[in-house]
Ligand binder design. Sequence first.
Ligand code: ATP
Ligand code: MG
Length: 527
Amino acid sequence: MGDEETGRLGGLLEATFEALQRTMQEYRVKPVVEAVGRVTFVGHGIARVRGLADVRAREVIRFPGNALGMAFNLDPEEVGIVLLDRNEGLSSGAEVRRTGRVLDVPVGEALLGRVVDAVGRPIDGDAPPNTRRRLPIERPAPGIMDRAPVTVPLQTGLKVVDALIPIGRGQRELILGDRQTGKTAIALDAMINQRNNKVICVYCAIGQRMSAVAKLVDDLANYGIRKKTIVVATSEEDPPGLQFVTPYAAMSMGEYFRDRGRDVLLVLDDLTRHAWAYRELSLLLRRPPGREAFPGDIFYIHSRLLERSTHLNDKLGGGSLTTLPIVETEAQNISAYIPTNLISITDGQIYLSPDLFRKGVLPAIEVGRSVSRVGGKTQLTAYRAVAGDLKLTYSQFQELEAFARFGTRLEEHTRKSLERGRRVREVLKQALYEPLTVPQQLAALVAMIHGLFDEVPIHYVSALEAMVRNAVAEELPEVCERIELGRALDENDRRLMIEVAQSVIDANREMLLRNEAGDHRSVPPSI
Ligand code: ATP
Ligand code: MG
């Protein structure tokens, strides 16, 4: 082979090598993150998926047919996903996709007056709310420096709550009691009482019957507060994953207003069902069970949620978010796992007793077992004139009543205390959907503390109490106005109220005597 030939061959080889190098560069395989995975297992409300590399906790996952799920368990091999839609058709082998988005919900004014599910989809039959902003369902709670003390009362309109267990804006007050003891009713009355102010209401139904939610929405409309209320609801038939995220979604929707300086009242109805949904998901996803089969972090799950309810400082707009979480007890056992957890997370509790409910003492609040830890400081000064006396009389009465049941002969003084106590209980009763203004409440309480009802037969007390309230509102508008503005009741105001109450009772004295002498069967039975 001559030199010339060798040279040509070398050149050819070089050219081939360069061409090969260029081709290899063009076709170099770059590692890409696969955003598609495959379902390996489908259970009730959950799915396990392989192949979703780098998926984030709480990231939204899309299933065939646009059904949604949320990444929950991030194991090295597989991702546990909770389903947010009922996807009956889902089976192993189906393809799923990451969305890169952590679960969030629409927020804003457009949601007021609407009923939506836990991911913000309308369930009231109207078009999707026209919102522009979204917030993640899990947001960090405001830090200590961002918070301000709770100073403004949140009036519920219920005499027994506002006088004895006052709630402040930004507080978390637990409502607990057995089934059908009037838990929802208290929260509903508290919402209705906001009809004449600027407080925004968010009602969150977790795993409830949709017929009950529909009735509540009707009530909101009938009492004129539907337009300032957001209802976030999941039904008992919804997958547990959707039930689980409901209170977080409702909290974010409320926070939108709180962060804009508004006051918000959030009702979570109820966290027992929320805990059940979380337990179900955790067991299905094989997280280790703890006490009562609830996962060990159930306390953290609830405290993280309720910590977000607060009163922000002025630099952050001074907004507040008051939460009334509801929890259902079984056989009055408030020391069960979930109720004790929630009692320790919240700033107080309103305990509803099935015994009082049966006796017709409504709202069935057991004052001795109820407490409000921060609200007392916010109570309007006018209540100070009655609250102390009322608490003392009522707690003494409860002890005496238990004692008097043994048929002991009673001294005059004890008999009087019992009679007064019975009247306190009568005056603290309140019908559903009838929240009262502060002056109305005080008119009744002042008359009672002053002993004006002592001589009135017990079954007439509630009728007379209503007359006294109305008369005070009509005849003393200036006094009422001053109370509304937060002024204390001075001696003169008290005297005027008592005079009006006395004249109402005197005007009806004859009627009472006549009825007493006549037929007893037509009068309402005393309890
Ligand atoms: P559940 O455990 O089913 O959620 P609950 O504890 O929320 O029940 P509610 O539904 O609020 O109880 O009330 C039970 C019943 O008692 C309802 O029919 C309601 O109308 C009635 N009720 C509640 N409070 C009062 C009241 N103050 N006056 C008259 N009726 C009342
Ligand atoms: Mg209820």
